[in-house]
Write a protein that binds this ligand. Structure first.
Ligand code: C5P
Length: 239
């Protein structure tokens, strides 16, 4: 008998995005006619696999209630926390009445609006029979250096280095427990690192390089370019 599990999405969207030097958090900056966050949520909704999306929003956030999607029937608002991991844990807790321990959760940064449905499907199809789960990631193409002060101390073997992206896909119960065990630990900058602390070895699935995180002002122009390119690719596929 095949096991019946639900899929949930968790979107941490409670950061301030200081490096953008903007008048509002980066998830609310305009991008191709919508906010960054609306693009992100639209992609997750379009995937048509999630029972609901739990979005972690800061208490002092005046922008979220202004968006129509804050009232979407498949979107749940949770309280944001001090760090990203606290926001993710809070969003997971907001699902506790509905989600089963065995269900899958895909955690995706609000600040990655160029995610594609194809990448969501690739992650799910590759990992849904896995014991632990895993993440989208990209191999490093640059040569990497260890640096002390302003001098190179060592060149790192880049063949074993991957850059962690999101979504990151784990079982609801395992992920909640791992994040609770790691609470307050500043080294937990993604979900996989919390699972690794439990001695587990999450898988990597190669993602698309256009799944960028908006971090600096110039990233918005790049995201706009990638979105245009994705729209053209979709048109060509439909021809
Ligand atoms: O700051 P950074 O780009 O690493 O944040 C990644 C994601 O985590 C963003 O979508 C941001 O809104 C979210 N975040 C959060 N709660 C925090 C800090 C960041 O939800 N306390």
């Amino acid at each position: 008998m095949t096991e019946s599990v639900n899929f949930w999405a968790v979107v941490p969207a409670a950061g301030v995005g200081k490096r953008m030097q903007a008048d509002r958090p980066k998830q609310y900056l305009p991008l191709a006619g919508k906010t960054v966050l609306e693009h992100t949520l639209n992609c997750l909704l379009q995937a048509d696999v999630f029972s609901a999306l739990a979005v972690a929003i800061s208490k002092e956030d005046p922008y979220w209630p202004e968006l129509d999607c804050s009232r979407h029937e498949h979107i749940i608002t949770a309280a944001g926390g001090q760090e990203r991991a606290d926001s993710v844990l809070s969003a997971l807790k907001s699902l506790s009445a509905q989600a089963a321990d065995n269900d899958w959760v895909l955690v995706h940064d609000a600040a990655r609006p160029c995610l594609t449905v194809a990448d969501i499907r690739q992650l799910i199809n590759t990992l849904q029979q896995d014991e632990v789960g895993g993440i989208l990631a990209l191999p490093s193409h640059d040569t990497l250096k260890n640096v002390a002060a302003d001098s190179i101390t060592q060149t790192i073997d880049r063949s074993v280095i991957w850059r962690a992206l999101t979504p990151q896909m784990f079982r609801y119960g395992m992920l909640k427990q791992a994040l609770q065990a790691a609470e307050g630990n500043p080294a937990i900058t993604d979900e996989a690192s919390a699972l690794e602390m439990q001695g587990l070895q999450p898988k990597i699935v190669e993602g698309r390089p256009d799944n960028i995180k908006i971090t600096r002002p110039e990233d918005l122009a790049l995201a706009q370019f990638y979105m245009k390119q994705q729209a053209q690719q979709r048109e060509q596929q439909n021809d």
